[in-house]
Design a binder for this molecule. Structure first.
Ligand SMILES: *Cc1c(COP(=O)(O)O)cnc(C)c1O
Length: 433
């Protein structure tokens, strides 16, 4: 498998290099040179396969020779070891529950796969891999649990003090082993700036083999295509073949993976990009002008992104036919008040509790279906609602059934090192702890 930089088609790397470097020096993003089209036979018979079987076939086609088949199969079975059910809520409305992994968010798909790919490519005796990751909440948990116990790796998570939910903080800070948590007296942007600076620091790069685990890594994108194929398989079993997906979007990795699945031949009629007040993409779809904005804070805070990093990839996939993107993608954005309303409506209509991100996707799907009746829609549930108790009304939050592992988590003791928002302090920690 070869990948190019979206900023320079002539700059080719292999999969291993793209995974360890995350991002080309020219600040583009890596994209596969070949996006294979899966056979009609496979697509028409998806309903016969399990999620790990689908994942293996999709991965084998896109990775081609990057990982030998037998190794890839073992890797997938280890990475994709939880379910992603499409639950029917009413006629033609399904919720795709992507929160059955260890951190209770869809980011487990990307993080588990990437951690296992990195560990696979690490040769015995090589220098330990030091993963640095800044998180606003969900990424850190998925990455921590993805790398937990993976030999020859160490993860350092930076999170903003007082700005993640209780369960998110416990997921970040109670792992031990090869996972360390730093509680930074600052914002998420500060955490991200510290990580970025570390990557450009000569002394740190000399001392450690640093890598990043952020969402632009191609090894996080590829496994997210798996659940689109698997959702389609589930709807095929219900006799539905004409379907749309509504995706709660922030950095546009999730919906980008859906579009990649479409490029690989999955016959999806429409992708609905659902955002909070950070409406850069819905505005672009309306006006044709892409204008990055500074992010604003909302109750769906995993989507507080004003300049979605994966947009480069989406634009690149459609660079030859931009009008196709406009047909394929619809955009909706909602305020916090509308998000709260949606959480209430979902509960009232189905006695089902959704997190704020998921509620936005449900609302967007319903709005789209009003204009296009009779087409089956799947909205993606990106996180379990128990991760966001503070932004869900008490009368609804009391109905959340908290998974057993979370109850166990609540009995653990937080272990984090508190640091000021200072690069010197961060660097000293890395060098001497
Ligand atoms: C990360 C995240 C999103 C946004 O996903 P993108 O791939 O960045 O668009 C949505 N919901 C939740 C719960 C998340 O953690």
């Amino acid at each position: 498998m070869k990948l190019y930089s979206t900023n320079n088609k002539a700059h080719l790397v292999d999969f291993k290099e793209a995974v360890f470097n995350s991002m080309p020096q020219d600040k583009g993003l890596y994209m596969p040179v070949e996006i294979p089209h899966l056979s009609d036979d496979f697509i028409n018979n998806l309903h016969q396969y399990t999620l790990p079987e689908i994942a293996f076939t999709v991965a084998k086609n896109i990775l081609s020779d990057a990982i030998p088949e037998a190794d890839l199969k073992t890797l997938i079975e280890d990475a994709v070891n939880f379910d992603a059910p499409a639950v029917k809520l009413e006629e033609d409305v399904y919720v795709l529950e992507l929160f059955h992994g260890p951190s209770l968010a869809f980011k487990d798909f990307g993080a588990r796969f990437m951690s296992r790919v990195m560990s696979y490519f690490l040769q015995p005796g090589e220098k330990q891999l030091d993963v640095l990751v800044a998180t606003s909440g969900d990424t850190g948990g998925a990455v921590a649990l993805g790398f937990l116990g993976v030999p020859n790796t160490r993860v350092t998570i930076l999170y903003p003090k007082g700005k993640v939910s209780n369960i998110q903080e416990l997921q970040l800070t109670t792992n031990g082993q090869n996972i360390r948590a730093l509680e930074i007296d600052g914002t998420f942007d500060d955490c991200q700036a510290l990580v970025k600076q570390a990557f450009t620091d000569a002394e740190l790069n000399n001392a450690f083999r640093l890598t990043s685990a952020n969402s632009i890594n191609i090894a996080r994108l590829i496994p997210q295509t798996f659940y689109y194929f698997n959702a389609y398989a589930q709807l095929q079993r219900e006799g539905k073949n004409n379907i749309v997906f509504a995706v709660p979007s922030g950095n546009f990795g999730n919906i980008g993976a859906g579009l990649l699945a479409w490029k690989m031949g999955l016959p999806i009629q429409q992708f609905i990009a659902a955002t909070n007040a950070n409406d850069t993409v819905p505005a672009f779809l309306k006006t044709g002008v892409y204008e990055a904005k500074t992010s604003v804070q909302t109750i769906a805070n995993a989507m507080d992104v004003g300049n979605p990093s994966n947009w480069l990839r989406i634009a690149d996939m459609f660079k030859d036919e931009p009008s196709q993107l406009n047909q394929l993608m619809a955009g909706y954005s909602y305020t916090d008040e509308q998000t709260r309303e949606a959480m209430q409506q979902v509960y009232d209509e189905y006695q089902y509790v959704v997190c704020p991100h998921t509620a936005i996707a449900w609302r967007a799907l319903k709005a789209w279906q009003q204009e296009h009746p009779g087409i089956a829609g799947v909205f993606l549930s990106t996180a379990h609602p128990c991760k966001f108790p503070d932004v869900i009304e008490k009368n609804i939050a009391q109905h959340i059934s908290v998974p057993a592992p979370v109850k166990e988590l609540e009995s653990r003791v937080k272990q984090a090192v508190e640091l000021p928002n200072s690069f010197d302090a961060f660097k000293r920690f890395l060098l001497y702890q």
